[in-house]
Design a protein around this ligand. Structure first.
Ligand SMILES: Cc1ncc(C[n+]2csc(CCOP(=O)(O)OP(=O)(O)O)c2C)c(N)n1
Ligand SMILES: [Mg+2]
Length: 542
């Protein structure tokens, strides 16, 4: 192996791991790395306007593609600017690798007033990453990167930190790069599968719950086979939307707060939950009734049995575990159960009737009709997204994204940009509020410069609509929730993007169709007075 500096080693090692896109901002200590990119034109380092957006983009890239999103910052302020986005990726189990640097040894952690000095950078990231690797020597780079990628590919995906000491970029080494981190077999234990199969065979009224793990693992086809075999209704969490096409006859979706679905759960004798932690919103703050028996399949053993009592725990990758379960059912000679599609349709009718028509749902219908089924839709915590979390029909996995764990404002715009970089052939759309978009609007400039054709729907209600609803509810009056907004159309145009305003809510779909035809990013401002649907049931039932 020829001698080269650590910066070149890192670039070679990233390429060997299949990484060819990075989102970041250069700083003095990472300049040698940026210089090395000039010798590897197959790498696309995308400059962002704020490091928070670098991690949001890496997160969107990872969520949309199923590969690993990589952010590159300079140490100290650059790295710490990402904390909120790291927390988001951590809470939502997204496979983000964040590479940053530490200062040279003579000035590192000495408090001597050196640039970007911080006493223990990795410690700051501990609560928002699953792995923190520190590299002091150039020759350690390939192995440390391999360890990070191996963890990201095989554990529950959560952000990893790779901190490289500045001097390691300069050191010359002949280190070998080594292989790409493999995906290992994450089969479930055969005995656990046998017990799960026995529970299925004994069940008369099973129901399936699909979480984000189904989407992430790519287990949608296996889930569909299991559902059809059992004739079982399929509920999803928010993150699990798209695990089964929303127009499949067994799809119930993310409606577990509604009484007809709760009745169904109380009447069922088995819940098969796959790739889920039964989080707060989809379970109505864990008020969802405990099913008679629960088979819980998850890659992360710490998620099993935390909030719902589990009869059969199964630790494993969703796809592998479902394949095993289907094989075991075959071996049993299991005949399956008749389809309960009619029951599902009846429950859906009851929910539709109870929720009723509304201007908010009409706008969502327009958006859905304007978008191809493969469109990647990124939501911010804006009012319309709270309607969409249950109502939105997702037809394919990796088409529906929400910062559901952290609830982070500003996520949707950069995440949609990162997604579009990863999957340029699919439309990528952000749904965001007038306040949320101001958190990361600067990165519309990145989309312009990189010619990333995202569509950003900005729902402008002149302030913090979600907080208004809370205040009305809690105090009966409002404080500090009205916000002045810029002229979004002219703001977008000043970036070199297209800007449109839809003053009549019946025109949202048409405007969106036009935006999808455009080259480069488009911002569509939609003035509105949407109501918030609340956090529990959306319909009232007798
Ligand atoms: C980073 C961050 N800061 C603060 C909040 C609290 N918060 C949640 S929703 C919201 C208002 C959002 O306003 P906007 O984006 O305009 O959407 P709207 O609620 O008006 O539909 C605020 C301040 C948050 N979720 N995330
Ligand atoms: Mg608003």
């Amino acid at each position: 192996m020829t001698a080269r500096d650590g910066a070149h080693v890192l670039v070679e090692a990233l390429l060997a791991q299949g990484v060819d896109t990075l989102f970041g901002i250069p700083g003095v200590a990472t300049l040698r790395l940026y210089d090395a990119f000039l010798d590897h034109r197959e790498v696309r380092p995308i400059n962002v306007r704020h490091e928070q957006a670098a991690v949001f983009m890496a997160d969107g890239f990872a969520r949309a593609s199923g590969s690993i999103g990589v952010a590159l910052t300079s140490g100290g302020p650059g790295a710490l600017n990402t904390l909120t986005a790291m927390g988001t990726a951590y809470n939502d189990s997204s496979a983000v690798l964040h590479i940053t640097n530490e200062n040279p040894p003579a000035v590192r952690k000495r408090g001597r007033g050196y640039f970007h000095d911080i006493s223990d950078q990795l410690a700051v990231f501990r609560p928002v990453s699953d792995l923190q690797e520190q590299v002091l020597l150039a020759e350690e780079i390939p192995a440390a990167l391999h360890r990070s990628m191996f963890a990201l590919r095989n554990r529950r995906p959560r952000p990893a930190m790779l901190e490289v000491a500045a001097e390691a970029f300069d050191q010359v080494t002949e280190v070998e790069i080594g292989p790409k981190a493999a995906r290992i077999d994450r089969r479930a234990d055969d005995d656990a599968i046998a017990r799960a199969a026995a529970a299925v065979v004994a069940a008369q009224r099973p129901v399936i719950w699909a979480g984000g793990g189904v989407v992430m693992s790519g287990a949608d086809q296996e889930l569909r086979r299991l559902a059809e075999r059992l004739g079982a209704p399929v509920l999803t969490s928010q993150a699990g939307k798209g695990s089964l096409p929303a127009d499949h006859e067994l799809h119930l979706g993310n409606w577990a707060n509604e009484e007809p679905v709760r009745r169904l759960l109380r009447d069922s004798d088995l819940l098969i939950a796959v790739g889920t932690r039964f989080s707060y919103f989809p379970t109505g703050g864990w008020s969802m009734p405990q099913p008679a028996s629960l088979v819980h399949i998850d890659l992360d053993p710490t998620q099993i049995g935390r909030d719902y009592q589990v009869a059969v725990p199964v630790v494993g990758d969703a796809t592998q575990a479902l394949v095993q379960l289907l094989e075991e059912l075959d071996a049993f000679g299991y005949e399956g159960l008749p389809s309960r599609a009619a029951e599902v349709a009846d429950i859906r009718r009851q929910i539709d009737a109870a929720v009723g028509p509304s201007v908010e749902l009409d706008v969502l219908d327009q958006i859905r009709s304007a978008l191809p089924r493969s469109t990647r839709v990124f939501n911010d915590p804006t009012t319309l997204a709270f309607w969409a979390r249950s109502y939105w029909p997702a037809y394919e996995p990796r088409t529906w994204f929400v910062p559901s764990g952290f609830g982070t404002l500003g996520f949707a715009l950069p995440a949609a940009i990162g997604a579009k970089v990863a999957v340029p052939d699919d439309p990528c759309v952000a749904i965001i509020g007038d306040a949320g978009v101001m958190f990361t609007i600067q990165d519309l400039m990145t989309a312009v410069q990189e010619r990333v054709s995202v569509v950003v729907l900005v729902f402008n209600d002149g302030g913090y609509g979600v907080e208004r609803r809370h205040q009305d509810h809690l105090f009966g009056r409002q404080s500090n929730v009205d916000m002045l907004a810029p002229d979004f159309v002219r703001l977008a145009q000043s970036f070199g993007a297209r800007g449109m305003r839809v003053d009549d809510l019946s025109g949202v779909g048409t405007a969106l169709e036009a935006a999808l035809e455009a080259e480069g990013p488009v911002l569509i401002e939609v003035p509105n007075q949407f109501r918030h649907p609340g956090y529990g049931a959306m319909g009232a039932y007798d």
